[in-house]
Design a protein around this ligand. Structure first.
Ligand code: AMP
Length: 396
């Protein structure tokens, strides 16, 4: 794996694909600076080597048209503050104007290009557009994990114009290492905790990880498809009747592969999908009509905790209850606490993909697990076993 550490950037211009797709508030101020902070180590390394950095990113979905609301000019001051260097900006990302701005760039300076997606060629992965981008640097660095699953001009196609001079930035390298630690080189026992709403959205992940893990905890809304498939009563719980065969097949495959599956045994059921609903703890396979399981029950959480504390490698994707409502957040918090404890004892824990990341941040576990992925879709596709085009483009 070629990373930024394999290069010396002295008097070189690094063309860095970053993910500065950050949220802006009504006054066009950056309301969450995480993604900018995440790119800082890579930018600093280039500057400290004595090079300069040309940063390219997308912001929002302008769909190939110029939209001043989505101009990257809005984030220039924030990037300057975070990096500690005054960032220059050019209101184009290809062509003469951009090339001139790059030409003028001196060692130690940073230039931010305008939103890549103002050109429809970006998302189409247009080769001529990628070639134009490639004129803006000597070494291509991809540090945008959030878009690594897209074969866009700046994330994938541009790499081919730097056959010997392309590499991963620190952030992308960290993401790849974290996934590898779970999927390839993880210390046993390896545990995956999969939650979330539906079996259908997690099926490819489940099938892929059955070859990698020793234990699989299934929680959240997915539970009820598995329970009903085995003859249980799930009341009004979320359930995909058309996925019951699939659920049975997963249980069979797990058995064949020697993977232990842990499903909830009890749940916190509610008489309405509402925070102030009436609730009671019931066995997972005896949920009365008019009631739905919205969180893991106490016996379940004890079992989950035991499994988590024995694991040496932990992957968590998807909450085990409707954590957005306070009344049903307890299970997800308990899982987070158990992962924190396991991590303290030396386990490697990775949280990735969508809502579990939101939950981890909301409940303050971000610094208590080994790694929280920055890419939703990209992480999900990695867990599905797909090779991400942005990663393949650097490796081949
Ligand atoms: P996902 O995007 O697949 O990870 O799904 C996350 C969503 O699953 C969250 O919004 C949770 O509220 C939801 N969820 C978790 N458990 C349940 C449940 N028992 N019933 C309904 N939705 C659930």
């Amino acid at each position: 794996m070629k990373t930024i550490d394999n290069f010396n950037f002295e008097n070189k211009k690094a063309l860095i694909r970053v993910d500065f797709n950050v949220p802006l508030n009504d006054s066009f101020e950056v309301s969450d600076t995480n993604r900018i902070e995440a790119a800082k180590p890579t930018i600093i390394k280039v500057l400290e080597d004595g090079g300069s950095a040309v940063l390219m990113s997308h912001l929002g979905r302008p769909d190939g048209k110029v939209d001043s609301n989505l101009s990257l000019k809005h984030i220039v001051d924030t990037v300057s503050q975070i990096i500690g260097v005054k960032v220059k900006f050019v209101d184009e990302c290809v062509g003469k104007k951009a090339e001139d701005a790059v030409e003028e760039l001196k060692a130690g300076e940073i230039l931010l290009l305008e939103n890549l997606r103002f050109h429809s060629e970006e998302e189409k992965g247009n080769e001529a557009f990628a070639e134009q981008l490639s004129k803006l640097g000597d070494i291509y660095v991809n540090d945008a994990f959030g878009t690594a699953h897209r074969a866009h001009a700046s994330t994938t196609v541009a790499a081919k114009f730097f056959p010997e001079k392309k590499c991963f930035g620190y952030l992308l390298a960290k993401e790849i290492e974290a996934i590898d630690k779970v999927m390839e080189t993880g210390e046993k026992p390896i545990l995956a905790i999969l939650g979330g709403a539906k079996v259908s959205s997690k099926i490819t992940i489940i099938e892929n990880i059955l070859d990698k893990v020793d234990h699989l905890i299934i929680g959240g809304g997915m539970t009820y498809t598995f329970v009903k498939a085995q003859g249980g009563q799930v009341g009004d719980s979320i359930c995909e009747d058309d996925k019951m065969d699939l659920a049975m097949d997963i249980l069979k495959q797990a058995k064949e592969k020697g993977v232990e599956i842990h499903l909830p045994v009890d749940v916190l059921a509610a008489d309405d999908f509402a925070n102030d609903a009436n609730t009671k703890v019931v066995d997972v396979d005896k949920i009365p009509d008019g009631w739905q399981g919205l969180d893991a029950g106490p016996k379940t959480l004890e079992i989950f905790k035991g499994v988590i504390l024995k694991a040496k490698t932990i992957l968590w994707n998807g909450p085990v209850g409707v954590f957005e409502m306070e009344s049903f957040a307890n299970g997800t918090i308990a899982v987070g606490k158990a992962i924190e404890e396991a991590t303290k004892k030396g386990a490697f824990s990775l949280v990735g993909g969508g809502d579990s990341v939101a939950a981890v941040k909301q409940f303050g576990f971000e610094d208590k697990v080994s790694y929280v992925s920055t890419g939703g879709g990209a992480m999900l596709e990695s867990l599905e076993g797909k090779t991400l085009p942005g990663i393949a483009a650097i490796i081949d």
